[in-house]
Structures are given as C-alpha cells and as structure tokens.
Design a protein around this ligand. Structure first.
Ligand code: NAD
Length: 477
C-alpha cells in the first residue's frame, strides 16, 4: 500500500487546516491522504499575502523570472518518481502514464518559458516625426487557478508557468480528489520565488466558489461545463477575465485508410488512456459503412486486450475510475444509452479485477447506435466508453461529428486528400487531428470552442496574452 500523504505543507502560503477530507486510492480504496479545507478567513489571508507576492515578483525581469522557473522545472523533473507515485495513488492512472504526464508537462512548460522570454510589447510608428507608439504588456496581478482531478500535474503547470513567467502571483486550488501532486509542486518552488507568489488553497466547491467571488485579477479554470458556467457568471459580474477549459465529446471519423490497424491503435490510445477520463478522449467513432464491421471487430479485440488493475502494477493498461460518483455516472449513462435503444457490443458493466477486487473499475465499453440523440452520443461520459456509428457520405460524417454541444477536439483518419482538406475546415472543434489520435503538441494552443471552452486556451503562445493586460502608450517628441 502506498504512503499516506502529509496532511499539511510547511509552506506559509499553503492553507490546509484540520483534516476535512480523505483521498483514497481508487484501486484499493485505502486512504492515501488527509487534507484540511481552508476556512473563509484563511482564504482572505492567502489572497492578501498573494498580493504582496505579486508586488515582489512582478519587479523581476522576465528573463530572471524564467531562469528561476527553469530551476523549478528541473527540481520537478528530479522528483518525477515522487510526483508520479502521488498521482497514481490518488488519481489511479498507471505509473507509466503518470510519468509520461510529468514529461509532457515539463516539455510544454519549457516551451512556454521560451515563448515568455520573447513575449512583450511592440513599437509602431507614431503620428509625427520623433513620436512613438508602444504596445506594452503588464502582469495582471493575482491569478486564481482552479484545476480538476484527471491531470494533477499537467493542468496546474499549464496555468502556473505562463502566469508566473509573466509576473503574476498565483493562488492554486487543486481538485480535492488529487491535491498531493499539486502540493508537492508548490513545495518544490520554495526558495525560488518571493514568499506568497505561489499559494495553494485546499478545498472543494465551496472554498473554490469563495475564491472566485473574491478580489482576483484573472481566473483560469479547467473542469466541467456546469462549474465553468457558474464561474463564468461570477467573473462576468465582477468583470474579471476568465479562461474556461471545459468538457469534450470528441469524434474520430474513420474513412478508407490503407493502414486501418494504425488508425484503430491511435483511437484506442486516445480513448482509453487515463481510463477515458480525459477531456480530449475520443468518445465517438464514426466509421464509413463499408469498413464498419472491420472497425467494430478491431476495436472490440483491442478493448478486450486492455488489462484493468492498480496503477502501480506494471502489467496494468487500464486504471480505475477516480471517484465513486464518476463510476456511478458512467454506469448510469451506459444504462440510459441502452434504454434509449443503443446496443452494448462489449463491456457495459463494472469490473472487479483479481489484482484489485475492491477497486472502482469499469469495463472498456463499445456502444453501437445510429441515433445522434442517444445520451451516449451527446453526454460527456468521461470513462472507458466509445460509441460506434456508421456513415455513407462525407457530408453525413462531418454532420455527425459536429452534432454535439461540445467543440474540443476531433480526428479524421482518411487517405483521401479532398475529404481531409474539407474536414480541416469543417470540423467544429478547437483542435483537429488528421491521421493521428488526439494527443496535442507541446507548442500548440490547447483550446475548445462551443461548450468546450471560453477565452484563451493554454499551451501555445497566445496563453501569455491572457495573463497580461495590454496598454497603448504614446510618446510625443
Ligand atoms: P469539476 O468542474 O467538478 O471540478 C473542477 C474544479 O472546480 C475542482 O477543483 C473543484 O473543486 C472546483 N469547483 C467545484 N465547484 C466549484 C464552484 N462552484 N466554483 C468554483 N470551482 C468549483 O470537474 P472535475 O470533475 O474535477 O473534472 C472533470 C471535468 O473537467 C470534465 O468535464 C472534463 O472534460 C474537464 N476537463 C477539461 C479539460 C480541458 O482542458 N478542456 C481538461 C481536463 C478536464
């Protein structure tokens, strides 16, 4: 059994009072961490000290800030095994996936430091000789970052690194289900940043809502659509800029391809990593009618070969579902899909693997349906569940892919250049992948449209604009 995480950090800016919340390894159901939630008074104090952190940090040059952040990233890299273990114990994903998440987070963060060093103002010609017009960018102040439980290292770093590089202070509120890794990230920054530049507040929705309503200068949120709407409404009322990265219902169109096995391998990777608990997980497969049977059989064979088990078992390729509520939701949505006429081709129920009989597992599930209104096609299930539908024409494939409220990511597998080109323009999602799964690159905007997001996304260079204000400065003579 894994070690119990320390309940309280020594960091003065990290608030974690009496033990209000236990985290449990979703594979063994054993307690792995105990945390206190911040009180309203502690929230007020941490916001006040973060303002002091901002005053101290924002006067550093961008290069000095990036140098220090680079040292922080090196410390994080050195602690990969500790962080990966903490993630696997609380979130459940296989250790190999936890390590890969940290590696990806570090690559993105280093790329971001490069963007940050080059980010800045521009000087344009003034209206008279000797005059100049300068576009200046300044840090916003205190940024609130709220993160979900599925990527405990990657998602915090996608917010902390650009925000800090631009000179802001950050208050991080990690998911109450996976705070251990985030707390360790903050601990590793100690001594590198002025006091209270990077603060962490533990708590659930109530604490987070208190932070959202407080005086902050920007809010970066990743999580569900329902929570995003609430935060957007409060931020709108307070006129605070907000970046919302929300859910997905991502489609993969499978057209005629020479290498169907490669396409199916990519789909399985994109659908079942993190047991499907990824906003960018492929959750709908739309197959050309003439290859439908081959796609169905290939998917089923691959899904049945996944090995469910605890994340610390090297044989495991499918980890558990992180919370009991999420497992109930998956079960409920699969039942609803069946009641509405869909057919479960494989899976469809909870699993009790020998290596973790008490764990929160759901079998890899393939649901056949031609009804675009079926709940399995419309609702974000956030688990190891794929739908399979067929198309007869290019028009129909694109229409089906776009027929949800979401617009995060989509993939198309095709050898036909005309269809590929058309899809690149027609697919209604922030990220579009031709002939590979839905893994984003380290230097590209990670962004959704429609119900999948609002405002600037993360990862690419445009992220830095979100963490700065813009000023038009005119100098005469
Ligand atoms: P969630 O919305 O329940 O919680 C996310 C965070 O918001 C947590 O820290 C939670 O404590 C906090 N929160 C809860 N109520 C709040 C409130 N009223 N005000 C402010 N904050 C509040 O999401 P989750 O279940 O942790 O994560 C799963 C969801 O996240 C899925 O919908 C998934 O698609 C989405 N997600 C999106 C992306 C993306 O980049 N688009 C990435 C990962 C996850």
């Amino acid at each position: 059994m894994s070690a119990v995480q320390p309940p309280v950090l020594p960091a003065p800016a990290t608030w974690s009072g009496a033990a209000d919340f236990e985290t449990r390894d979703p594979a063994s159901r054993q307690v792995v961490g105990r945390y206190g939630f911040a009180t309203p008074e502690q929230v007020r104090q941490v916001l006040a000290t973060a303002r002091q952190g901002f005053a101290a940090w924002s006067v550093f040059t961008v290069n000095a800030r990036c140098d220090r952040l680079g040292t922080w990233l090196a410390r994080i890299e050195d602690e990969t095994e500790v962080l990966a273990g903490a993630m696997t114990d609380e979130q459940g994903k296989p250790l190999a996936e936890s390590r890969a998440e940290i590696g990806k987070a570090l690559r993105e963060a280093r790329q971001m430091l490069g963007f940050a060093r080059a980010h800045g103002g521009r000087t344009l010609p003034g209206r008279a000789p000797g005059w100049s017009n300068t576009i200046q960018r300044r840090p916003r102040g205190v940024v609130l970052a709220i993160t979900p439980w599925n990527f405990p290292v990657l998602t915090p770093l996608r917010k902390l690194v650009p925000a800090l590089a631009m000179g802001n202070a950050v208050v991080l509120k990690p998911s109450e289900y996976t705070p251990a890794a985030a707390m360790h990230l903050v601990r590793l920054a100690q001594g590198l940043l002025p006091d209270s530049t990077l603060c962490l507040v533990n708590g659930a929705g109530e604490v987070a809502a208190g932070l959202v309503a407080a005086e902050v200068d920007a809010i970066s949120f990743t999580g569900s659509v329902a929570t995003g709407r609430k935060i957007g409404a409060v931020a709108g009322g307070n006129l605070v800029p907000v970046s919302l990265e929300l859910g997905g219902k991502n489609a993969a169109i499978v057209d005629r391809v020479v290498d169907l096995d490669a396409a199916l391998d990519a789909i399985i990777g994109a659908a079942f990593q993190c047991a499907g608990q990824r906003c960018t997980a492929i959750s709908r497969v739309i197959a050309r009618s003439e290859i439908y049977d081959a796609v169905r059989d290939g998917l089923i064979a691959r899904m049945q070969a996944l090995i469910a088990g605890p994340g610390r078992d090297p044989a495991t390729t499918l980890g558990p579902i992180t919370t009991p509520a999420q497992l109930d939701r998956i079960t409920h949505l699969v039942r609803s899909a069946e009641l509405e006429g869909a057919t479960v081709l494989t899976g469809g129920q909870r699993l009790s693997p020998e290596s973790a009989p008490e764990g929160l597992f759901f079998a890899p599930t393939l649901i056949a349906t031609e009804d675009s209104a079926n709940p399995a096609v419309q609702e974000e299930i956030f688990g190891p569940v794929l739908t399979l539908s067929r198309f007869e024409s290019d028009d129909a494939a694109l229409e089906m892919a776009n027929a949800t409220d979401f617009g995060l990511t989509s993939a198309i597998f095709t050898d036909r250049l005309d269809f590929a080109r058309r899809a690149m323009d027609a697919l209604q999602s922030g990220m579009i992948h031709l002939n590979h799964g839905t893994a984003p690159d380290d230097n590209m905007p990670f962004v959704g449209i429609k119900a999948s997001g609002l405002g600037t996304g993360s990862v690419g260079p445009s992220t830095l604009d979100f963490y700065t204000t813009e000023h038009a400065v005119y100098q005469a003579g």
